[in-house]
Design a protein around this ligand. Structure first.
Ligand code: NAG
Ligand code: NAG
Length: 281
């Protein structure tokens, strides 16, 4: 980690002196420069945001008063913003990449929304307060206030066996269905069909977790965005931005993150583009 930080600083100084177009410098050699694009500046729920990749539409929620979170729909290209009516409390938001359907969860259970069919349906599960949602073949969720993990299949709610007994703040499944979760202790990984969580990293404090479009797991903290690398299950920082509370990925696999006051998309500039721009200065 020490060596890594050192390399990171060098890259960052180098790039800074060369270009004013770089808003954020990354240690990822394939994309070492990002331009920040502010998508919206509405105060929103920091918990979860998600993109319907079929239309490149961002869904997030904001406090409508009395602690009820209303879902907002933002067209990423046109920036047009609207509110989805009919969902009571959308604290948790997730997209089904297989269908493009959106799921919302909160103190009134789980809603499923198909933008293509303009249909909104509340799933028939009683007595459910949802803290977190993740869709991959099944509807996975974390119940509030117990913070325990379940999934919904064949109209039945079942415990996620691998996470039985764990306090889980947020979790995702990677490409191979390994489970990664964060809680107050740190970031844990559980190999598929194993039942023992392995602590991958306990600092900084991780606030958000998401998979990108290739199934790679990312986590965010107050001081940056990290990726869990495949081979050695190491967690390394790739982007140095402050105050990140939540993250997701758009259709092009560009990072979208939120902090306490805005939602930002990071557009990577390829090395060639970036040097071209400097030459053109
Ligand atoms: C779900 O229900 C269908 C029809 O009742 C059944 O064939 C299938 O085996 C069930 N799946 C699971 C995982 O229980
Ligand atoms: C986080 O989960 C691990 C693994 O189950 C557990 O040992 C730890 O106590 C949990 N931390 C908190 C703060 O709940």
């Amino acid at each position: 980690m020490r060596l890594f930080s050192f390399v990171f600083i060098i890259v960052s100084i180098n790039a800074k002196s060369k270009s004013k177009y770089c808003d954020v410098v990354s240690s990822d050699p394939s994309k070492n420069c990002y331009v920040k694009e502010t998508l919206t500046t509405i105060a929103h729920s920091p918990n979860q945001l998600s993109v319907d990749k079929t239309t490149n539409t961002l869904y997030f929620s904001f406090d409508f008063g009395q602690g009820e979170y209303v879902p907002a729909i933002l067209n990423i290209e046109s920036k047009s913003l609207s509110v989805l009516k009919g969902v009571k409390d959308a604290f948790a938001i997730s997209n089904d990449p297989a269908t493009g359907d959106m799921y919302f969860g909160g103190s009134h259970g789980i809603y499923k929304y198909s933008a293509a069919h303009k249909s909104l349906q509340r799933l028939n599960i009683n007595n459910l307060d949802i803290w977190w949602l993740f869709i991959k073949k099944n509807i996975y969720f974390i119940k509030f206030p117990s913070l325990s993990a379940f999934y919904y299949e064949n109209k039945t709610v079942r415990a996620v066996q691998e996470l039985r007994g764990d306090i889980v703040h947020q979790f995702v499944l990677d490409k191979e269905d390994n489970i990664f979760f964060i809680n107050g202790t740190g970031l844990f990984g559980i190999r598929r069909d194993h039942y023992r969580p392995v602590l991958l990293r306990d600092h900084p404090r991780f606030l958000g977790i998401a998979t990108d479009n290739n199934g790679y797991v990312h986590v965010c903290s107050e001081d940056g965005i990290f990726v869990v690398t495949k081979i050695v299950q190491k967690v390394k920082k790739v982007i140095n931005v402050q105050g990140v509370l939540g993250l997701t990925f758009d259709k092009s696999n560009y990072i979208i993150y939120s902090d306490s006051h805005e939602i930002v998309r990071l557009i990577p500039l390829a090395r060639e583009t970036y040097y071209d721009q400097i030459r053109g200065q």
